[in-house]
Design a protein around this ligand. Structure first.
Ligand SMILES: Nc1ncnc2c1ncn2[C@@H]1O[C@H](COP(=O)(O)OP(=O)(O)O)[C@@H](O)[C@H]1O
Ligand SMILES: CC(C)(COP(=O)(O)O)[C@@H](O)C(=O)NCCC(=O)O
Length: 335
C-alpha cells in the first residue's frame, strides 16, 4: 500500500491549549505576588482592564494563554530581524548608498481585521507587553483611520458610505508614513481621526519619534500593492511589516459585537454633545439599531467580505475568536 503523505501547508494550526503551552521560556519581567509554579504575568488585572475596548472581553487567563506566547514569538522575531539587518550591514559595509539598514530600524507589526472584531484591544495589549522588555521599551501604536480622507473629501468623491473601504484612505500617505518611520526619521507625524466627530480632526497630528517597535492597526493593512499610473508596482504598506496579525471571527459574531457596541455607545459616547451620532440617543433604540444594522449590511460586511477576509492568508498569524471573544484557534504561517 502506498503511504499517503500529508499535503504540505504553509500554515500550522494550533488549538488554544497547544498555543498556550508555547509561552514557556517567557522570562519573568515583573512578578510581585506571583504564585510559585505559575508563569508570572507582566500585567495586572487593572492594567488589562484599562486596555480593553468597549464590548471586548479580556482577562488574565487570555493574557497568559494567548498573548504571552505571542509576545514570546514576537521577541524572537525582533531578535532575528536585527540579526538579518546586521548581516545586510556587514555585506554592504561602507559601500555605495552609505551602507545598509540604519542601526535601530524599528520592527513593524501590522494588525488587521474587521470593524468591531477587537483589533484595538489586541494592539494595545501587544504594545503594553512588548514595551515591558528592556531591549525595546518604546512601542508606538498608530491606527490607519488617521489616513481616511476627511468627510468633506469623501463627500466630494461620493465615498461617505464607503468609509473603511481601501479607496476611502490616502494610501500613499499611509505607506509613506510607515516607510518614513522605518527609515529612522527622527520625527514622523500622522493625521488624527476622531470616532466622536466621525471625521479627521483638523490640525491635530500624532507624532512618532524613532520607536523600537511600531504597531500599525487597521482594516486594510494587509492589502496588496496598487499598480501606479505608470504601470509600475509600488511597495504596499504590508511590504514594510516584519510581522502581521489578523484578528478573525465568524461574520455573524462580529455583526453581533458591532450591534452590541452600538447599543452600548448610545448609552455612553453618543451622549457627548460633540458626537456625530447624537441623533441616535434621541430616537428609539429600535430606530437607532435599524441604522446600525443597515450600516453593517451595506458598509462594514461588504468591506469585510470583499476586501478584508481576502487578505487573511497573507498574515503571519491569525487569531480566531469564539462567540465569547476568547481566542480558540491560532494559525501561524511557516513560510
Ligand atoms: N461611533 C463610535 N464612537 C466612539 N467610539 C467608537 C465608535 N466606533 C468605534 N469606536 C471605538 O473605536 C475603536 C476602534 O473600533 P473599530 O475600528 O471597530 O476596531 P476594533 O473593534 O477592531 O478595535 C474601538 O475601541 C471602539 O470602541
Ligand atoms: C473608522 C473605521 C473606518 C475604522 O478605521 P481603521 O482604523 O481600521 O482604518 C471604522 O471604525 C468606521 O467608522 N467605519 C464606518 C462605518 C461605521 O460607521 O461603522
Amino acid at each position: 500500500m502506498p503511504t499517503r503523505t500529508a499535503t504540505p501547508s504553509p500554515y500550522v494550526d494550533l488549538s488554544r491549549a497547544e498555543w498556550s503551552a508555547l509561552r514557556r521560556g517567557v522570562p519573568p519581567t515583573r512578578a510581585p505576588g506571583a504564585t510559585p509554579g505559575t508563569t508570572p504575568l507582566p500585567l495586572t488585572a487593572d492594567e488589562v482592564e484599562a486596555l480593553r475596548g468597549l464590548g471586548d472581553v479580556i482577562d488574565l487567563d487570555e493574557v497568559r494563554d494567548v498573548y504571552l506566547p505571542l509576545s514570546r514569538l514576537l521577541n524572537l522575531y525582533v531578535g532575528a530581524t536585527h540579526g538579518l539587518r546586521n548581516a545586510l550591514n556587514t555585506f554592504l559595509g561602507d559601500g555605495p548608498g552609505g551602507g545598509g539598514a540604519q542601526p535601530g530600524t524599528p520592527f513593524v507589526i501590522g494588525v488587521a481585521g474587521s470593524v468591531a472584531v477587537g483589533k484595538s484591544t489586541v494592539s494595545r495589549l501587544l504594545q503594553a507587553l512588548l514595551a515591558r522588555r528592556p531591549e525595546h521599551p518604546h512601542v508606538a501604536l498608530v491606527t490607519t483611520d488617521g489616513f481616511l480622507y476627511p468627510n468633506a473629501e469623501l463627500e466630494r468623491r461620493g465615498l461617505m458610505r464607503r468609509k473603511g473601504f481601501p479607496e476611502s484612505y490616502d494610501r500613499r500617505a499611509l505607506t509613506r508614513f510607515v516607510a518614513d518611520v522605518k527609515s529612522g526619521l527622527p520625527e514622523v507625524s500622522a493625521p488624527v481621526y476622531s470616532h466622536l466627530a466621525y471625521d479627521i480632526v483638523p490640525g491635530e497630528r500624532l507624532v512618532v519619534r524613532r520607536p523600537d517597535i511600531l504597531v500599525v492597526e487597521g482594516l486594510n493593512v494587509l492589502q496588496p500593492a496598487l499598480p501606479g499610473k505608470d504601470g509600475r508596482t509600488r511597495l504596499a504598506l504590508s511590504d514594510h511589516f516584519d510581522f502581521s496579525v489578523y484578528v478573525d471571527a465568524r461574520t455573524e459574531d462580529i455583526r453581533r459585537w458591532y450591534l452590541e457596541r452600538f447599543r452600548a455607545l448610545r448609552a455612553t459616547a453618543f451622549r457627548d454633545p460633540a458626537s456625530y451620532f447624537r441623533t441616535y440617543t434621541r430616537v428609539s433604540e429600535a430606530e437607532a439599531l435599524a441604522y446600525a444594522r443597515d450600516t453593517w449590511a451595506t458598509v462594514n460586511e461588504p468591506n469585510l467580505r470583499q476586501n478584508i477576509v481576502p487578505t487573511r492568508g497573507r498574515a503571519t498569524l491569525v487569531l480566531h475568536k469564539a462567540p465569547d471573544h476568547t481566542v480558540r484557534r491560532i494559525r501561524l504561517r511557516k513560510l
